[in-house]
Design a protein around this ligand. Structure first.
Ligand SMILES: Nc1ncnc2c1ncn2[C@@H]1O[C@H](COP(=O)(O)OP(=O)(O)OP(=O)(O)O)[C@@H](O)[C@H]1O
Ligand SMILES: [Mg+2]
Length: 261
């Protein structure tokens, strides 16, 4: 059986750094796959390869019947992959709703010319985009909807991270890639995030890949965990299997693992 997202032998080198080294990876609807590993292990590069920011040097990648290799980021969005960034990337001087709308413009058919001409089709499309954005924002209860017309720069940090997720959701993806969403959150906010990510899986049926350094978050929400070190996959399995793997403990967890147990 083929997986929704399937990578086989994917590699990427930057100069002398083998950032990703012959990685096999997959994700399916209704599961949350955690990706852990030390700084520089290649986690974000893996996302950058899947989303078309970088082309892999070697390997195969398929998503939902498409060959992913060679697709551009906007094409990747269109076939159903959305991501958030490790460092929040919002338009500070745009409102919350505008930020939630912006990810979808790669999907519209009228495109830039339609926007200039303001045809009836673009007006309808804008309305549809706005509805999708509102729906995504509403997923966060009363965190974002009451602030819909505020500037993104006025949001508290945790709300900015939520808005990033909402923007990704509004593109109606099948696969959601989250790059360290818990970074900078306090314990209560992390608990909320764990609940939210679980709901994204259960209510939306997304396949979710979650890069996180926060082990309680990984333990709390992941169905399967993959560990990377120096670009290579060194372990894969349940949280308990991976967290007790000797190579993982040596490369990464050490103290962090004992904190969780
Ligand atoms: N555009 C680039 N040019 C050169 N080197 C890069 C580039 N992107 C990533 N690297 C290198 O590839 C390696 C993997 O980086 P990556 O950002 O994927 O790590 P990471 O696992 O996400 O780390 P962190 O936990 O710190 O975010 C690092 O050595 C990094 O310096
Ligand atoms: Mg990273």
């Amino acid at each position: 059986m083929s997986h929704l997202l399937e990578l086989t032998g994917v590699s990427k080198r930057f100069g002398g750094v083998q950032a990703v080294n012959e990685v096999d990876f997959h994700a399916d609807p209704g599961e949350i796959v955690g990706v852990i590993g030390p700084n520089g292990a290649g986690k974000t590069t893996l996302f950058n390869i899947v989303t078309g920011f970088y082309r892999p040097d070697a390997g195969k990648m398929t998503f939902d019947g498409h060959n992913l290799v060679g697709l551009k980021p906007n094409q990747v969005t269109r076939i159903g992959i959305a991501r958030t960034f490790q460092a929040v990337r919002l338009f500070a001087n745009m409102s919350v709703i505008e930020n939630a709308m912006v990810g979808q413009h790669t999907r519209t058919r009228s495109g830039v010319f339609g926007a200039i001409l303001h045809t009836r089709r673009t007006v309808e499309e804008e309305r549809r985009i706005q509805l999708k954005a509102q729906e995504a924002l509403a997923f966060f209860g009363d965190r974002l909807i009451p602030r819909i017309n505020q500037l993104a720069s006025e949001l508290a940090y945790a709300d900015r991270r939520r808005l990033e997720i909402a923007r990704a959701m509004a593109t109606e993806p099948k696969l959601l890639l989250l790059d360290e969403p818990a970074a900078g959150m306090n314990p209560a906010e992390k608990d909320g995030l764990i609940e939210l990510i679980g709901r994204l899986r259960d209510e939306k049926g997304y396949a979710i890949v979650l890069i996180e350094h926060d082990m309680p978050v990984i333990k709390g929400v992941c169905d399967r965990v993959v560990a990377l070190d120096y670009g290579s996959k060194i372990a894969e399995g349940t949280y308990d299997e991976v967290a007790s793997n000797r190579q993982v403990v040596e490369a990464y967890l050490g103290k962090a693992a004992s904190e969780v147990q």
